[in-house]
Design a protein around this ligand. Structure first.
Ligand SMILES: [Fe+2]
Length: 312
């Protein structure tokens, strides 16, 4: 168990186990996420999204009237479960969830101050415990580095890195993450966007929030091993007709190389490589950065529709 920082809540979740979305047509989601490089299977009345070779789903997709977050499920260590339930119950704006769709007997279900359904459960640590070095280019002197387009291998993300939600109140969301989930603020840009990491070893952000007039689902981010996979993944989606998005570029906050692909519902799926890592037991120097100095280090300008909440 990691040491507490002064003034922070005692316990903390360590991972996102999975997220669940509702969309109008599962077939559309199946086509999009399969092309994105995930292993998509129909299980009863929902889709399960896995990274290739991982038996545990990172996401479930259900049918609903419009795209929205169905729920977000967090994992914690067994020794912290009871303490975390009490911590969440005591946090401002949290309400227990019962007799609601998706609520199961497993774990503790609640609504965050924005009304998002969430689950806390004892489960495996799915965040990394040590940073994953960026894969270096494979070619040697005297060899060609790039392969012909026709021979490019399909990009398959290796894990979920983080999710970003819209919120009408970024500070309230940061306070909820801190007080209830025991997450730590990594960096922010005023009340426009805030990034939070888990204390037991985590990417620079596990859960992030961006300002909107309403709550909403903005993106899921999927780690790929190399910068080339970020660009190649974007190309793979373009070839399938998914031209819209943002990238390829590099973030300042989180430092990751990225390409966001706009999904069929106006939100995004992100290819990400080499995101900053916060080891357990270390303290991240959280900062507040002006947006023009923190969104991206290089790459195309942010498209006008990138921070549009299709659910507002
Ligand atoms: Fe992201």
């Amino acid at each position: 168990m990691s040491r507490n920082l002064p003034g922070e809540s005692r316990y903390g979740v360590h991972s996102i186990d999975h997220f669940a979305l509702e969309v109008p047509a599962l077939a559309t989601a199946e086509a999009f996420f399969s092309l994105f490089g995930l292993d998509v299977s129909q299980e009863a009345d929902r889709l399960a999204l896995r990274t290739v070779g991982d038996r545990r789903p990172w996401s479930y997709i259900h049918t609903g009237p419009a795209k929205r977050l169905a729920y977000l499920s967090f994992n914690c260590f067994a020794g912290e479960y009871e303490g975390l339930v009490a911590q969440i119950q005591a946090a401002q704006g949290v309400t227990p969830a019962a007799h609601t769709a998706y609520v199961s007997p497993e774990g503790f279900w609640f609504h965050d101050p924005d009304g998002n359904l969430m689950q806390l459960r004892v489960g495996p640590k799915r965040t990394l415990s040590a940073p994953q070095p960026l894969a270096t280019p494979e070619h040697r002197p005297g060899e060609r580095g790039a392969v012909p387009r026709s021979q490019a291998r399909k990009v398959h993300p290796t894990r979920l890195s983080h999710v970003l939600l819209f919120t009408p109140d970024v500070q309230r969301a940061v306070t909820f993450c801190h007080d209830a989930l025991g997450l730590r603020l990594s960096d922010r840009s005023g009340d426009l966007v805030a990034f939070n990491h888990a204390r037991h070893g985590s990417d620079h952000h596990l859960v992030a929030y961006a300002k909107s007039s309403a709550r909403g689902w903005h993106h899921s981010s999927w780690d790929v091993p190399a910068i080339n996979d970020v660009g190649q993944g974007a190309e793979q989606m373009r070839q399938g007709g998914h031209h819209a998005g943002w990238g390829t570029a590099r973030h300042v906050l989180g430092s990751n190389y990225f390409h966001y692909v706009r999904d069929p519902w106006g939100s995004f799926a992100e290819y990400s490589a080499d995101i900053d890592f916060v080891p357990a037991g270390s303290t991240w120097p959280a900062g507040d950065f002006p947006p023009e100095d923190s969104l991206h280090a290089w790459g195309p300008d942010v498209p006008e529709d990138f921070i549009r909440n299709s659910e507002a």
